[in-house]
Design a protein around this ligand. Structure first.
Ligand SMILES: [Zn+2]
Length: 295
């Protein structure tokens, strides 16, 4: 009742009980998506809406409207270990009367067919020495806190750029790693074959959410791009930003190195959307924001 009252005040002329049920049309940039893919969700309503959210596999995404309150768009990430097969996408809308409605979409999740990689690294990084365990635990907590403190406001407005001018190592995303004979969690980013000291630039506008040396990932920067989207940069030899800095696309954030658990100089680039680990190369093909009204 309180919500309805609030909505009435905001909506002005709307009289309770007179809000028509919206006709909702959900369209997806792809009906079948591999593990690690980004799906762009567009919602079209025949009446103006106050807000819309999407839920995919328990992860909530805000759908944002453009100039028209009838067209909304958001990003959904398919986690690199997401269950394969048909998965439902639930859309919930709130009308100007505070009335709630639902719509659904379906994403057919396909296997990413990731490779298995066998690597030999310094023994300390597979089984860290006892003396480093407290630090590693602290690192993990710091990173976990970053994921909880994202800005709701989207900062980017179009496709991302590569953070470094270098080729992508083939099959680097999602590969299952066996380090010194022990299976490890999948590689959640891509490796760019850059040389030591090469500039690493922000691929899009963002806010620096973490900038420090961590045990496994070495010199690490995490950028919060808002609206649930984060990108991470590992193994940096130098960090040129500090937490809280707001960067524009193309601003230098550090230099390529081989710090932490790295077999040689390269840039590890990874991304998360609402907690789903996605292939950051998908960000190079984002549509322009805000969404334009559809006919
Ligand atoms: Zn990597």
């Amino acid at each position: 009742m309180i919500l309805l009252g609030g909505a009435l005040l905001l909506a002005g002329a709307v009289v309770p009980g007179t809000c028509p049920s919206p006709r909702l049309d959900v369209s997806l940039s792809r009906a079948a998506a591999k593990q690690g893919a980004i799906v762009v969700v567009t919602l079209q309503s025949d009446v103006a809406l106050a807000s819309a959210t999407a839920d995919f596999e328990g992860r909530a995404a805000v759908l944002e409207s453009g100039a028209s309150p009838k067209t909304f768009r958001g990003l959904v990430g398919v986690d690199l270990e997401g269950k394969t097969g048909p998965a439902s996408l639930k859309i919930e809308t709130e009308g100007l009367c505070g009335d709630r409605h639902e719509a659904a979409g379906r994403i057919d999740v396909r296997s990413g067919k990731f490779s298995v990689e066998t690597l030999k690294v310094a023994p300390d990084y597979v089984e860290p020495p006892e003396s480093e365990l407290a630090r590693i635990h602290e690192d993990q907590e710091k990173v976990a806190r970053v994921w909880k403190t994202g800005d709701a406001q989207r900062r980017w407005s179009g496709p991302f750029q590569l953070p470094v001018d270098a080729p992508v190592r083939e099959n680097s995303f999602g590969s299952r790693r066996v380090l010194n004979g022990e299976p490890r969690s999948p590689h959640s980013g891509i490796d760019l074959a850059a040389h030591a000291g090469q500039d690493v630039d922000a691929p899009a506008p963002g806010r620096v959410a973490l900038a420090e040396d961590l045990y496994f990932s070495g010199g690490t920067v995490i950028l919060d791009h808002g609206a649930g989207l984060f990108t991470s940069y590992f193994h940096l030899s130098r960090i040129d930003v500090k937490v809280g800095d707001v960067v524009a696309g193309g601003d230098r954030i550090g230099a390529v190195g081989a710090t932490g658990r790295a077999t040689g100089p390269h840039l590890h680039w990874s991304a998360k959307i609402d907690g789903a680990r996605i292939n950051p190369l998908g960000l190079l093909h984002l549509p322009a924001w805000p969404v334009e009204a559809q006919k």
